[in-house]
Design a protein around this ligand. Sequence first.
Ligand code: NAD
Ligand code: WQD
Length: 334
Amino acid sequence: MSKILLTGGFGYIGSHTASLLSEKNVDFLIYDNFSTSKYSVLERLEKTIGKKINYVDADIKDTERLIEVFSKNNINSVIHFAALKSVRESIIDPIKYYEINVGGTLSLIRAMKKTNIKKLLFSSSATIYGDPEYLPIDENHPLRAINPYGQTKLIVERILRDLVMAEKDWSITSLRYFNPIGAHPLGLIGDDPLRGKTENLMPSIIEVYKGIKPNLEVFGNDYDTKDGTGVRDYIHIMDLAEAHVMSLDYLMGCDGLNIFNIGTGKGITVLELINTFEKVTNSKLPIIIKKRRSGDVAYCYADPSKAKNTLKWKTKRDLNEMCLSAYNFSIMNE
Ligand code: NAD
Ligand code: WQD
């Protein structure tokens, strides 16, 4: 039976996608160097899906290793999650980001070409829309990266566009994720950044809830939004994982480069997310208002109608479920 290779499959989005693939009896092999995920994810993911996982502990920059893995396993497609994703770190060490996110993807493409595997699902990001010119953001919105991390995603999309123009036998799908939060319903896998690496809102909420951080810093309450705080399109990680499963079916019957926004279409403010978390957990978080975080935009939310119409995918889980599942994961993994 043919398999799917998941680069970065032990990460936040990869592990949830793996759990769904397993549920659907789709065979996969994980290729991950554990650089930003914990070794314990392996055991927790195995418990979640109730079986052993085939994996290779290696770097996507290692083209020879990829070729060997492709040659020895019956792989027909790749979901490419592996990348570094910290905006903050990408500004401090941009070259590392270009090497892994761009160089690593080139290495993967070289290995795929060599072994004649031409089906690729790529993890892109809404960050490449920059400060939106109109809302909601559709796939035709102009692209403008505002930090090195965003640049790497934009460059890879450009590379993929040029690749399918030059070589007609590729089928590539790029999913532009908005803001995934929440966790698997069993609570064994979730968003689990390495200590000291937290910069996104939900992991910060969890750290404050658990007392790891004394206060939740709200970056700016003077935006032109309904309560002055930033608006984002938070999407449940299981809905995002489902988008991958549905994109795989589409990938098999298509060619060229196809791009989809993966979001709910709903804008939520920072304070609305915090209030929902407090409501579902019956808690009160100590908040301090700080100045705006450099590089942040006021609004970012999707027009997801292309994915709805073409992939027949839609979100099923609401903000309460996002917050409750994130909380549940946090208390099960203390
Ligand atoms: P993550 O950090 O949780 O997972 C990334 C995984 O890739 C980790 O398991 C890590 O060990 C692995 N990895 C990193 N460098 C590697 C290398 N050189 N070789 C092999 N494995 C390597 O990140 P995530 O949140 O699961 O993100 C997955 C993808 O989605 C990334 O490409 C990210 O840029 C993109 N993305 C994430 C978000 C988000 O908010 N989480 C939003 C938009 C796009
Ligand atoms: C959300 C909102 C913050 C933390 C980032 C990347 C993007 C994508 C998703 C990968 C903003 C506010 C945050 C905190 C706060 N990742 N905030 N206090 O910035 O929309 O997107 O993650 O591709 O590329 O840029 O997500 O969760 O960091 O912030 O007030 O402690 O929460 O200002 O308004 P963001 P985020």
